[in-house]
Design a protein around this ligand. Structure first.
Ligand code: GLC
Length: 597
């Protein structure tokens, strides 16, 4: 339900949290420092959802790619331009009249065969599922839901109806376990056709309007017709339409029933609706195929939902300020346990410039969920949609993402195993006063500090280094310029073709040769870049990438300096696929050693 958080807004010296309802459990976590508090919290809320490894590849979306031919063309552009990609998304228009679990066969003929063909090309197709179920006689999901009383009810005990994409909809009562069970199995209709992942949307639930309130607004407009409206009458009229969507009074107008038959007003449980939709899907997947990992993320969510799926940050815009927001939101989501998270890269609403896409890619390559998505009516923003030069940069950045997959996947598994964030503020690791002020640099896993450029027309930026670090100017995955920089303030060069990145002291970054998709990355060789002061270590995690409860495979890499010469020790699980390690070791004095073991 509703909660008001006032972080020193009304009174600078007071943080106040107001919870109008009484039934609240408060947990107080005491620990040594921020990171320990978050670890305790993450231990409390449970282990993160684990996506398949291919879900760490680049993903391309658009509202909407209109048919299978258009998607074939998009894939061809990716492959022709040598830009890796693992997933293409189906937005709402793949359905018949926006009805969940249906498929428009005119737009997608031979769907099953087509899905097999796409998979051979290294592409998974990911459809959207919305919370609202169209009210339509003869539509199976609606009919079954209605017959079994699976939908939320109004005050009179009838199915509550309000409009979303298809017009009037009913809303499954996801708080009821029986409904979740039913809904979870509905996904089978598409899984049986070869689908391996979904995104759950509009599950706050979003409501465009309720018929009663729309009618009232129209009556008001008719009444105003021909009248000379003054300021207040005009604003009232305007607001009566503007406030139709997602209105509190609609959320107060319907009810859930829990497993014991207890009725709950939606308004009081609003925040857990989306969570329970994702839970229904996740538990459904378990029933449908216990062994297999599915891609799943949601728009609406709540603490605890990270166990069932990931989250994306919803409808952002192609604005520079939203790139900065993205940089700041991901550590916050990580602290809440949502490790598999990301934003619409390039921005959803408004038109993106090639420069914005370049810079956004430079950041998003580090996000576990890395998807480019844009809204209907906006300029297309695929990595190849801009100038040849900008496309080349995108190709280089996305290839670098694939080179980073052993690292990102390893850090993801480690964070999941050890209940800690993957993306986090500097102050979680460094404890001087200065780090607390840094809001535009973040740590990504054990080895990296990210310093993205998030403003237009920049050739670089200022950074603060909490300790000596190795500055990497990444142009391509195999074209990186290194420079050791000392603790303190610096201006670093990072033109539009360059990702500015830092490797921490005594840390190691593993990189692999990129391929067109994750499934193709079968190589047994890792490049290891190490910034060595005294003793550098890296613990690499991996697994089979596809099954639930897969065995964790590990390697321990240790590099020390003996009489000015680096010594390397690698201990690894027998089954770990990486067998060859090409090392580049850079000492603080700038001396470089290359070693292959
Ligand atoms: C919502 C989603 C967006 C999607 C659109 C159409 O706005 O957040 O990602 O493209 O609906 O389905």
């Amino acid at each position: 339900g509703k909660m008001n958080l006032d972080m020193g807004f009304k009174d600078k010296n007071l943080i106040s949290i107001e919870i109008p309802k009484q039934d609240v459990g408060v947990y107080i976590i005491q620990a040594e420092n921020n990171l320990e508090i978050i670890k305790e919290f993450m231990t409390l809320v449970g282990k993160s959802y684990l996506p398949p490894k291919w879900a760490f590849g680049f993903q391309q979306s658009r509202w909407s790619y209109e048919n299978s031919e258009k998607i074939d063309w998009v894939i061809e552009e990716f492959r022709k331009n040598d830009i890796p990609c693992d997933c293409i998304y189906l937005d709402i228009d793949y359905m018949v009249e926006f009805m969940d679990f249906t498929l428009n066969k005119d737009l997608f003929p031979d769907f099953e065969k087509w899905i097999v063909e796409k998979k051979k090309q290294g592409i998974r197709i990911i459809p959207i599922i919305d919370a609202g179920v169209k009210v339509k006689d003869g539509y199976e999901t609606y009919e079954v839901g209605k017959a079994n009383n699976y939908f939320c009810k109004n005050k009179e005990g009838e199915d509550f109806q309000a409009a979303v994409w298809p017009g009037l909809c009913t809303f499954p009562d996801f708080l009821n376990p029986e409904v979740r069970k039913w809904w979870g199995k509905e996904y089978k209709k598409l899984i049986d056709l070869g689908i391996e992942g979904f995104w759950n949307d509009m599950n706050e639930p979003a409501i465009f309007y309720s018929p009663e309130r729309l009618e009232k607004a129209i009556d008001g407009a008719l009444e105003a017709k021909g009248k000379n409206l003054g300021v207040y009458d005009f604003f009232n009229l305007k607001d009566s339409f503007l406030n139709l969507s997602n209105n509190e009074s609609d959320y107060k107008a319907f009810y859930h029933t829990d497993k014991d038959g207890k009725k709950m007003n939606h308004y009081d449980v609003h925040n857990i609706y989306g969570t329970n939709m994702t839970r229904a899907a996740s538990e459904g997947f378990q029933e449908i195929n216990k062994e297999k990992r599915f891609l799943l993320f949601s728009r609406a969510s709540h603490i605890g939902a990270h166990r069932y799926g990931g989250i994306w940050t919803g409808d952002n815009h192609s604005w520079w300020s939203h790139l900065l927001l993205n940089i700041q939101m991901l550590p916050s989501l990580n602290m809440c346990g949502f490790l598999y998270s990301g934003a619409d890269t390039g921005g959803f609403g408004a038109n993106a410039s090639g420069e914005l896409i370049n810079r956004w890619n430079q950041f998003s390559i580090f996000a576990p969920l890395y998807r480019n998505h844009s809204a209907l009516g906006t300029r297309t923003q695929e990595p190849f949609a801009f100038s040849t030069e900008e496309m080349e940069h995108n190709r280089n950045f996305i290839k670098f993402r694939y080179a980073l997959i052993p690292y990102i996947y390893s850090e993801f598994l480690k964070s999941r195993e050890n209940n800690k964030p993957y993306l986090m503020p500097l102050s979680f690791v460094y404890n001087d006063e200065r780090e607390k002020d840094v809001q535009d640099q973040i740590l990504a896993g054990d080895s990296l500090m990210l310093t993205p450029v998030y403003m237009p027309n920049q050739k670089g930026r200022t950074v603060y280094l909490p300790e000596d670090m190795l500055f990497c100017q990444v142009k391509k995955w195999d074209e990186i310029k290194f420079q050791t920089l000392s603790k303190g303030d610096h201006y670093i060069q990072a033109g539009i073709d360059t990702i500015p990145l830092f490797i921490r002291k005594d840390k190691i970054l593993p990189l692999a040769k990129p391929e067109k998709c994750v499934d193709d990355m079968k190589g047994d060789t890792l490049q290891l870049i190490c910034y060595l002061d005294k003793k550098a270590t890296y613990e690499l995690y991996d697994d089979d990438g596809v099954t639930n409860n897969a065995e964790l495979l590990k390697a321990n890499i240790e590099i020390t300096l003996k009489n000015g010469e680096p010594q390397v020790v690698v201990e690894k699980s027998e089954k770990l696929k990486y067998r060859k390690f090409n090392l580049m070791i850079i000492l603080s004095n700038g001396k470089v050693f290359n070693k292959n073991i």
